[in-house]
Design a protein around this ligand. Sequence first.
Ligand code: SF4
Length: 280
Amino acid sequence: MLIREIETKHILTHSKLPGLGYSINPYVGCQHACVYCYARFMKRFTSHNEPWGQFVDAKINVTDVFGADILKVKPGEGAFIGSVTDAYQPVEARYKLTRSLLECLTNLPPNLFHEGFAVSILTKSDLVLRDLDVLKRLEKISVGFSIAMMNEKACRFFEPRCVPIRQRLAALKTLREAGIRTYAFISPILPGITDLPSIFAALEGKVEYVCGETLNLRCGNLAETLRAASLWNEELRPLFEQNTRSLNYWKSVERQFYELAKKHAIPVNGFFHHIASETY
Ligand code: SF4
């Protein structure tokens, strides 16, 4: 694993995410190395030859550039932390860049942000619990965990360096009990692997809302995802080939998603479709 320190010009970048005008990514690259990761396209903005998952660039000057960036944000806008990296991947334990940014967010100019600044963190790591003290000081904070499967063996195979699902669920419970708004991002939904009924059952009482997302195969992750799916279970390859480009298939998944959300009384805050355009 190659870890490099870099300097960045900006830490707040424009985003098209609904309700959140900006993204914050304190690192480039991600140690979690999920086989289906769509963020691997970020490698093209680096000089790395290492495969995705084998390098991380830590933006060590994030707090220096934060002050100037935040002044450009219009009142009412917010930020999403972790759109193309996991801000709580293992290297965060050493650099504390995410923590330092959260501390900056607790000291925003009150004349500009008197209505608060919405912050949403998405992670797969319970390292986020380290920062509970800072999270509690943020007015409009929500913390979400990505969950794509309940089978821990499958999790170790497809998400090799992420914490087990049971740890993510326990972290959601702890955050919720501490008064933090929590959510689950059920993503990516993988044909034959993502067990929606089990996931919804496990989330009951732990999240305020859920979002869903279909498998995104438009970011150079097709080969790796198919290879891993076939290795995990050779019957999955035809299932992926048949379904990932089928709008009917994803519509039926979406219907099941909403039915389960209703059954478990968990509000849905979006279901995102990515119909695969790449050919197999
Ligand atoms: S945690 Fe997210 S950003 Fe990191 S490798 Fe997995 S999918 Fe990619």
